[in-house]
Design a protein around this ligand. Structure first.
Ligand SMILES: Cc1cc2nc3c(=O)[nH]c(=O)nc-3n(C[C@H](O)[C@H](O)[C@H](O)COP(=O)(O)OP(=O)(O)OC[C@H]3O[C@@H](n4cnc5c(N)ncnc54)[C@H](O)[C@@H]3O)c2cc1C
Length: 481
């Protein structure tokens, strides 16, 4: 005989843990299912940046802010491509999430809240992160989870995958899930409500290509982000949307030349507000494609999206290598940079994405570029440095590229979160294309698609914060609805 729960939460990550804990805190009987051998999901890798307006921390620092302003910033940054109703829900729940984390002992970076320039900037200091990125959030979630496990209303099954939803037919009420446990056997478990907090699909190249307009995947995400929750939710009747709202993150280097994995903690420092560029960025045709110091990261990311294989070479000379602030450093890059001097030396010596040659033509050959194209591009740039006028509008022109040996590092548009996900209404019920509800089925977190709350852009903190917020929101309300 199958067990009956009030709620089954599938995926014990950013959204799933607070959801299950909130159900249990209100006396509900809840099963939390995780395919991995540990909880935490993307928080194991995520920078864990959050955003919230009107928090206690802002008040203490005298920063005036309000969810209304957060909303208008988010819609401005997304160029009105995010879902306004869900953004509205998210920004209204966000300050309470930040305050709650603080009460639960979150190790906030003492410099926060800050304005962060790695994504398009907010108008107010409202970005927060822990001293240890996503891990700092996970530390809190583990405490919250342990508390509820001890109270006995919450049951956690790890090494257990959801392989199906229980339903009489498509669009019919969902009455449970099919789970494959560590013994390989499939079991049906029944519940009044099922919540999909299974995350995105940055770990699934085939699905990425299918749901995201055929773009290549250079993933910085968890291999466990396989998209099964989105597919099963869709098979149950939910619509998938926002696959067209993909924008890569500017930009990552693959791990030791592995084809499509990007190391988020070893990004080059490409944020001009943090480190004005000395290098040029050259696409696979040997041509520059954007002003490297363009203040809008959204602009740089959109131009990168148009380049062949979403890839480019960062080209510079030996003088720049020696005299410019570190391109690969500690404290640089989108995530803070994790490059020790030894790691940099080793990368130049052995990493297939790092090339060096005595001449520009030789560098082109090493990079697989046309020598005439790269030579012309470098000459044009050097003329721009002399004249002070760059055809792409670059303002920061500190030095010509002329002193051999010459160097290039290959970079790619990185995927931190995936855009497509399940359609939901403002009660987070999974809906079909016409907005009709699939009864008893809910979703939160990246399973909704990153494009839902960020649109075709990166709105800072608008993945982690809504995942936590919507998880808590569902967990607090499901038993009432
Ligand atoms: C490197 C990196 C940096 C990032 N930085 C930021 C940032 O600074 N700010 C921000 O807002 N966002 C950031 N993001 C995105 C953000 O971290 C994620 O969107 C968010 O954490 C996703 O939360 P989630 O709960 O939806 O999914 P997850 O936290 O990934 O949890 C999903 C869980 O579901 C489990 N699961 C999946 N399928 C099944 C199944 N069939 N059965 C059982 N379990 C299943 C998975 O194993 C996983 O544990 C970043 C992402 C990455 C990769």
């Amino acid at each position: 005989m199958s067990t009956q729960y009030d709620v089954i939460v599938v995926g014990a990550g950013t959204a799933g843990i607070p959801c299950a804990a909130a159900v249990a805190a209100r006396g509900g009987r809840v099963l939390l299912v995780e395919q991995n051998d540990d909880v935490g999901g993307s928080l194991h890798l995520s920078a864990g940046q959050m955003s919230g307006a009107g928090t206690q921390l802002q008040k203490e620092r005298g920063i005036e802010d309000h969810p209304r302003l957060h909303f208008s910033d988010a819609m401005r940054i997304s160029k009105n491509t995010a879902d306004p109703q869900l953004v509205n829900l998210a920004v209204n729940l966000a300050p309470d999430v930040i305050d709650w984390l603080m009460v639960e002992g979150f190790a906030m970076d003492p410099e926060c809240p800050k304005i962060f320039y790695g994504h398009e900037a907010y108008s107010v200091a409202r970005t927060y992160w822990g001293v240890d990125g996503g891990i700092s959030i996970l530390e809190v979630l583990r405490r919250v989870l342990t508390r509820q496990l001890r109270r006995g209303r919450l049951e956690l099954r790890i090494n257990t995958s959801m392989v199906g939803l229980v339903q009489d037919s498509r669009y019919a009420p969902v009455t449970g899930v099919k789970l494959r446990g560590p013994d390989g056997k499939v079991q049906t478990v029944l519940a009044k409500n099922v919540v999909l907090t299974t995350g995105g699909y940055a770990g699934n190249g085939r699905l990425f290509s299918r749901l995201t307009d055929g773009h290549p995947l250079f993933s910085a995400g968890m291999p466990t982000s396989n998209g099964t929750g989105i597919l099963l939710g869709s098979a149950a009747g939910g619509a998938i949307r926002n696959g067209d709202k993909f924008l890569p993150t500017f930009a990552g280097i693959t791990i030791n030349g592995q084809s499509n994995r990007v190391d988020f903690y070893r990004m080059p420092s490409l944020t001009p507000q943090v480190r004005p560029p000395w290098e040029i960025f050259v696409n696979l045709h040997g041509r520059r494609f954007v002003a490297e110091d363009h203040p809008s990261v959204d602009e740089r990311e959109n131009r990168l999206l148009e380049q062949p294989e979403m890839s480019f070479w960062i080209v510079f000379d030996d003088r720049i290598l020696k005299e410019a602030p570190a391109l690969l450093g500690q404290g640089g890059g989108l995530a803070g940079g994790d490059w020790t001097p030894e790691a940099v030396r080793e990368a130049y010596a052995t990493h297939p994405s790092f090339k060096t040659a005595d001449t520009v033509a030789g560098l082109a050959e090493a990079c697989g570029l046309r020598a005439s194209a790269l030579t012309e591009t470098v000459a044009d740039y050097n003329n721009a440095v002399d004249s002070g006028t760059d055809s792409l509008g670059r303002k920061h022109l500190p030095a010509k590229i002329e002193t051999g040996p010459f160097h290039a590092i290959k970079a790619h548009g990185a995927v931190l979160k995936t855009p497509a996900g399940l359609s939901v209404n403002t009660d987070l019920q999974v809906v079909n294309r016409k907005g009709q509800v699939v009864p008893n089925l809910y979703a939160a977190g990246e399973a909704l698609g990153g494009g839902t709350l960020s649109g075709k852009s990166f709105v800072g903190g608008m993945s982690v914060t809504p995942a936590l917020a919507f998880g808590r929101y569902l967990g607090s309300n499901l038993l009432k609805w």
